[in-house]
Design a protein around this ligand. Structure first.
Ligand SMILES: [Ca+2]
Length: 376
């Protein structure tokens, strides 16, 4: 773990050693407010070689679907269609790559309030055999993960995990299957900060489980907990080498991107951002919340992509071979408003959703929408 002095030197090295953000597609906003507040904890050699090319910019987004209300998560079926949740209506939609939308069903028992509602969705990695899909939602008394069979319609609802703490804020809610075939679930501390450090609470954690909701083999504490010390994680992604990354909403100083490693403690509420010393794992990178507030996270084309709510932009975070992050580049700043979900489609494009109807945005005609972006 790196001490404060080392970190400070790295920040300076990163700021001095990288190409300026102007000219890399991020627009003036990235140059104006992107650079000074960004810290990075790289590998042993943070300074890129001279002449390192800026990351390749994404294509121009096109609108695939309009007229949604707070779409929260995207998960792809094997044929390339996507399942998309709507937080407040509790609707589950199916959307084709051509933009045709149909209702799959309304999820039973959702109690939307504040940041809670129908949140994450995931498709079983063995869907062709079991037809399982999974949703994460806020119910009357808890947050929970429910498995359905989806075969034309929804059937056989089975709560596989109940009793996740709920609140009007910080409900976590992302569901992703890892390359190991297990289901990862991000939870929030619901505004009760102490839950994050309590390894016996399901709040403020990243959980790892089987399709039946049991602790996955190899979990560090023999429980569902994979990592702890989280405030509110709403984005998880893996690179091609199997390294796991997550976004984290900070309180008022630092939003984070973390490298997620088994059993680690990510510091909340003792530490926000870097400076965890030997006790806590520092983030790979931080932003001030006004330029980020990152929700969804995806990997595509050599970069992580973080959808920013308050920051109203898509952050491109180039990854090096060794898993270290390079300086992030802001894309589409304020062009589409608040961005919530980002997912990599089977064809390699990124799908994004806006979140301008969540009570904190300024809806524009057509909101909320699903956008498709080429990253090749
Ligand atoms: Ca942290």
């Amino acid at each position: 773990m790196m001490g404060r002095t080392g970190l400070a030197m790295l920040v300076v090295a990163v700021l001095m050693g990288c190409a300026p953000a102007t000219g890399t597609g991020g627009g003036t906003a990235a140059a104006a407010d992107g650079a000074p507040a960004t810290q990075a904890r790289g590998g042993p050699a943070p300074e890129p070689p001279a002449g390192t090319a800026p990351p390749r910019p994404p294509g121009t987004p096109r609108t695939l679907v309009e007229g949604l209300t707070v779409p929260w998560a995207i998960a792809f079926l094997p044929g390339g269609d996507a399942l998309i949740t709507e937080r407040d209506s509790a609707r589950l939609l199916r959307i084709t790559p051509q933009g045709r939308s149909s209702g799959v069903g309304v999820i039973d028992g959702v109690s939307p309030r504040g940041e809670g509602g129908l949140l994450g969705v995931a498709v079983s990695p063995t869907y062709s055999k079991d037809h399982f899909i999974f949703v994460y939602f806020t119910a009357n008394d808890d947050n929970r993960v429910v498995r359905y069979r989806y075969d034309g319609g929804l059937s056989a609802p089975t709560p596989i995990l109940t009793g996740i703490p709920k609140g009007s804020i910080h409900n976590g809610g992302r569901l992703e299957f890892g390359p190991d075939g297990y289901l990862y679930v991000s939870t929030g501390e619901t505004g009760e900060e102490r839950l994050a450090q309590d390894r016996n609470s399901l709040g403020g954690k990243i959980l790892r489980m089987t399709a039946d909701g049991r602790p996955a083999p190899g979990n560090p504490f023999g429980t569902l907990v994979w990592t702890y010390g989280h405030r509110n994680v709403q984005g998880m992604a893996w690179d091609p080498k199997g390294r796991m990354y997550a976004t984290e909403f900070g309180q008022d100083k630092y939003d984070e991107i973390n490298l997620i490693e088994k059993g680690h403690n990510y510091g909340w509420p003792e530490v926000e951002g870097a400076g965890g010393g030997n006790r806590f794992t520092d983030p790979l990178l931080t932003w001030i919340p006004s330029e980020a507030s990152p929700s969804g996270l995806a990997y595509a084309g050599g970069s992580l992509w973080a959808a920013a709510l308050r920051g109203q932009r898509l952050w491109q975070i180039p990854l090096r071979e060794d898993g270290a992050v390079e300086r992030p580049v802001a894309r589409f700043t304020r062009e589409y408003g608040r961005l919530r979900a980002v997912a990599t489609a089977p064809d390699g494009t990124l799908w994004l959703t806006t979140s301008n109807r969540d009570g904190r945005g300024s809806p524009r005609p057509g909101d909320d929408r699903v956008l498709v972006v080429s990253v090749r």
